[in-house]
Write a protein that binds this ligand. Structure first.
Ligand SMILES: *Cc1c(COP(=O)(O)O)cnc(C)c1O
Length: 433
């Protein structure tokens, strides 16, 4: 008999391309039917068939304080009674901008948008407008949303589907996007020399999360900072995933390297559609209506989204102990997963930065796209489905980070480790047969 998720997926495929509104949800890289969800609370999520899972996706990042946080829900409810949108300025937008600056001091001015994609695409336009140059440098396996400029050797869903670039992106656009190797300053220097005075910006995930979690090697971020200063290029940190997650001030605070422009998404919206880009005052001064670089949005700064995001960020701002707790629990999980993988003799490399964790099924040390790609995808596929049977919902791709939330308890983590132990037993049997 078909499950409710299976029936829903069949129906969805008749009306929605591939049955989903974003490719990363489609289970393409793990096979099987995507799970349709009905509700979630904290770190427990319930599917359409009534099965409950411990959730390590957290809506791909926003849910750092768990699903349906009472304060966030109340903020959205309260705001909605006063209308869901004005298309005119409101006070909460100023509160939000001020709070972002308190948490991330180099964001002197910030513009709200509706997604991480929009934030990154706008930041690049601003960098081009500010410098008067056209090319940008990005890194193989980094993901900055689905704007044309970035769909050249991109990570996340684009990587999972094995289509690193996309039809529909013109050659003209592609030629302005230069691609360097992550954690390899040499590859960046070469591009800068070859395209002298043509590079407007370097954009990167300061901790990569869209080819699995990959930390920057020592000196990498500092080196990029120096190269940008030397070549008068704008350094853009895409902190859509890492912002407000790796610390109050994101990766910038964690590594003490400060970009010229920063992009946000995910956590900043508390689960509503929000993105933002901001940074140095003099750079942001080119943004319309202060300057000539056009950028706009009917629903930008939407009151429901602002109240949800402001409430979540305020809690994070007031509770530095949340980050200490996330760090401790994430290390607890990573350490015990390593032990279980060792017991089963399965090749693995676990990367963890703060509450981002990834298992790569390889004995390589994973520092860039090529080493990430050595992960054994067939092992991941089996592991993923076994974990799902055990009530653990992992990102349905070997190239995504797991996210921990303040609502994960040690009991849930122990359950996850036990599930991994049993899952790996089954995986080994299947691999050997
Ligand atoms: C998710 C993500 C984006 C895109 O954000 P959307 O809200 O999905 O458009 C951009 N950059 C990074 C680093 C991301 O993780």
């Amino acid at each position: 008999m078909l499950s409710k998720s299976q029936k829903l997926f069949e129906r969805a495929q008749s009306f929605i391309p591939g049955g989903v509104n974003s490719p990363a949800r489609a289970f393409k890289s793990v096979g099987g039917t995507p799970v349709f969800f009905e509700k979630a609370k904290g770190s427990l999520i319930t599917d359409a068939d009534g099965n409950e899972y411990i959730d390590f996706v957290g809506s791909w990042g926003p849910m750092i304080m768990g699903h349906a946080h009472p304060a966030v829900i109340k903020a959205v409810q309260d705001a909605s009674f006063n209308s869901t949108s004005f298309g005119a300025p409101t006070e909460v937008e100023i509160n939000m901008a001020e709070l972002v600056q308190t948490m991330v001091p180099n964001v002197e001015k910030v513009r709200m948008v509706n997604s991480g994609t929009e934030a990154c695409m706008s930041a690049v336009r601003v960098a081009r407008g500010y410098t008067g140059k056209e090319k940008i440098i990005k890194f193989e396996g980094n993901y900055h949303g689905h704007a044309d400029t970035f769909l050249i050797k991109a990570g996340s869903g684009a990587l999972t589907l094995g289509s690193p670039s996309s039809p529909g992106v013109t050659e003209g656009t592609a030629k302005d996007t230069l691609v360097a190797d992550y954690n390899n300053l040499n590859s960046v220097e070469k591009l800068l020399e070859k395209n002298k005075d043509e590079v407007a910006a370097i954009i990167l995930e300061p901790v990569a999360g869209n080819m699995g979690c990959i930390p920057p090697v020592e000196g990498f971020l500092e080196g990029l900072r120096e190269l940008c200063d030397k070549h008068e290029a704008v350094l853009i940190f895409d902190e859509v995933m890492t912002g407000f997650r790796l610390s109050r001030g994101g990766a910038q605070e964690r590594y003490d390297v400060w970009a010229d422009l920063v992009t946000f998404g995910k956590i900043i919206g508390g689960g509503l559609p929000v993105g933002a880009f901001g940074g140095r005052k003099d750079v942001m001064a080119v943004v319309a209506p202060e300057g000539p670089v056009y950028q706009a949005g009917t629903l930008s700064g939407n009151p429901l989204a602002m109240h949800a995001g402001f409430t979540q960020l305020s809690l994070l701002e007031r509770h530095p102990e949340y980050y200490v707790d996330l760090e401790e629990k994430s290390e607890y999980l990573a350490k015990r997963l390593r032990a279980v993988l060792n017991q089963h003799g399965v090749d693995h490399h676990i990367n963890r930065v703060g509450s981002m964790v990834s298992i790569f099924f390889t004995d390589a040390v994973v520092t860039d796209f090529n080493t990430a790609n050595q992960t054994d995808q067939s092992i991941f596929r089996l592991f993923f489905h076994e974990m799902l049977k055990h009530g653990i919902y992992l990102p349905p791709s070997p190239f995504e980070s797991w996210f921990l939330a303040t609502t994960h308890t040690h009991e849930m983590l122990d359950k996850t480790i036990l599930a991994a132990d049993e899952a790996l037993g089954v995986v080994k049997l299947k691999m050997d047969s």
